[in-house]
Design a protein around this ligand. Structure first.
Ligand SMILES: Cc1cc2nc3c(=O)[nH]c(=O)nc-3n(C[C@H](O)[C@H](O)[C@H](O)COP(=O)(O)O)c2cc1C
Length: 417
């Protein structure tokens, strides 16, 4: 990339969505679960502080960490839940902490399905009662198959949560259909073995997602943007493939979705991990080849997340015209001021590096890195600096203790209420 090309930093271009909503530039913070809520799952001042910091240098849009739509279905202790208006004032403050600085704040809505640590929820449901692979069975329980009535209730909950977020001042919502959570479980032939109207064929497996989308649209209207985060593939044998994903994208585009964010992987196969193709690694963006395929089929704006590290890599990828918005997660966790550098055409002083504990069995689990980064978010939310040199093993031990305590505290809170 030449110096001249960087003078026209493509990150600085605004993007107008088909419904007229303008995103001020092409840089977005992808969803990063904060686990900063109370053990009754209320958002707090910590969210406000963290998001205020992230929005301080003009990033185009910020997507929240996954917000759960049902208190009975948490993915982690400390998830925010939006199922009614009990936290409305904090939600308003949270939205304002970003929007009054000129950036967009979109709420990512999620249901974990079976991807919830043992003991956190009283009952875990999924499309089917398919257990985890042997390596994960000590952490995650085998779920029950969701009943038809439960499926209908979840669909309505997604719509209701979205309506509350809209009313509180969020700029948009994103449906989390990626990374192996409930909607992804329904989409996958490996996890969805149903033979009723919710499974059995690709069309029936995507029905749950389409009903979630339609319900949200019904409750928020056409002016309010709805995005989806979808896997290009699950990278699991017999799972959701690129061909399946492309079909889902075509149907969603025809139904009027406003933005499609492309990612990949699950807890079992590894979330958003780098593919081994050397060309992709040079271009940073893990999922850009798939975005190029998608671009040939739909006109819906595309966001690609996973692997972006440098302003050169981001510009090179945007130049290909395969997609519209660059999503970054890990870099924002170790450098919340990264947009200051990137939008000015320079690089953050921090480098995203692989995080390891040194224990192979643990390092194989993709969630280990996520735990390390979650601690960085915690530091920023407390008004402290992130610790990019934090030891992987030490951070892992602290996270396990914190998660164990959080599970116990969540159970106690549930008993008391
Ligand atoms: C601490 C942490 C929490 C995350 N939480 C979420 C989440 O709640 N929802 C989601 O869709 N992705 C989540 N992700 C994945 C990121 O959005 C992103 O897809 C992934 O980290 C790849 O982007 P990166 O290479 O820029 O980090 C999380 C990632 C990290 C590091």
């Amino acid at each position: 990339m030449t110096h001249l090309q960087l003078k026209t930093n493509l990150l600085n271009q605004s993007l107008t969505l088909p419904n007229g909503v303008v995103i001020p530039n092409r840089l977005a913070k992808a969803a990063t679960s904060e686990t900063l809520a109370t053990y009754s799952n209320n958002p707090t001042e910590k969210h406000v502080r963290l998001y205020q910091r992230w929005a301080a240098f003009g990033i185009g849009m910020i997507i929240t960490g996954n917000i759960m739509i049902d208190r009975r279905a948490l993915g982690e202790p400390g998830n925010v839940v939006v199922e009614d208006e009990r936290d409305f004032a904090v939600l308003q403050k949270w939205a304002k902490s970003v929007t009054e600085q000129g950036s967009q704040l979109w709420a990512q809505l999620n249901h974990p399905g079976k991807q919830s640590p043992k003991g956190l929820n009283i009952r875990n449901i999924s499309a089917s009662a398919v257990p985890f692979g042997a390596e994960m069975q000590s952490l995650f329980a085998t779920p029950d198959e969701a009943t038809h009535d439960e499926i209908i209730e979840i669909i309505q909950r997604f719509g209701h949560s979205a309506a509350i977020c809209k009313k509180a001042g969020f700029s948009g919502v994103e449906i989390h259909a990626a990374h192996g959570y409930l909607i992804n479980q329904f989409l996958s032939p490996l996890h969805n073995l149903r033979k009723d109207e919710w499974g059995g064929t690709p069309e029936k497996r995507r029905k749950f997602l389409m009903e979630v989308y339609k319900e949200i649209r019904k409750q928020v209207g056409t002016d309010f943007p709805i995005a989806i985060k979808l896997n290009s593939a699950d990278f699991q044998k017999g799972g959701f493939t690129e061909e399946d994903s492309l079909e889902v994208i075509k149907v969603l585009a025809a139904a009027g979705i406003d933005l499609i964010e492309i990612s990949g992987g699950t807890y079992e196969s590894g979330v958003a991990k780098a593919p081994q193709k050397p060309s992709t690694i040079i271009r940073e963006a893990f999922f850009i080849e798939f975005a190029e395929k998608v671009r040939n089929h739909v006109k819906t704006p595309l966001m690609v997340t996973g692997g972006f590290r440098t302003v050169e890599g981001m510009n090179q990828a945007l130049e290909s015209n395969a997609f519209d918005i660059v999503g970054i997660a890990r870099l924002m966790a170790i450098d919340p001021d990264a947009p200051k550098y990137l939008l000015a055409g320079t690089n953050s002083k921090q480098n995203v590096q692989p995080i390891k504990t040194g224990i192979k069995k643990i390092d194989r689990l993709g969630i280990m890195e996520v735990l390390w980064y979650t601690q960085q978010l915690n530091s920023i939310a407390q008004g402290k600096a992130p610790k990019p040199k934090e030891n992987g093993l030490w951070a892992f031990i602290k996270s396990v203790l914190r998660s164990g305590w959080g599970t116990y505290a969540t159970q106690r809170t549930r008993i008391k209420s």
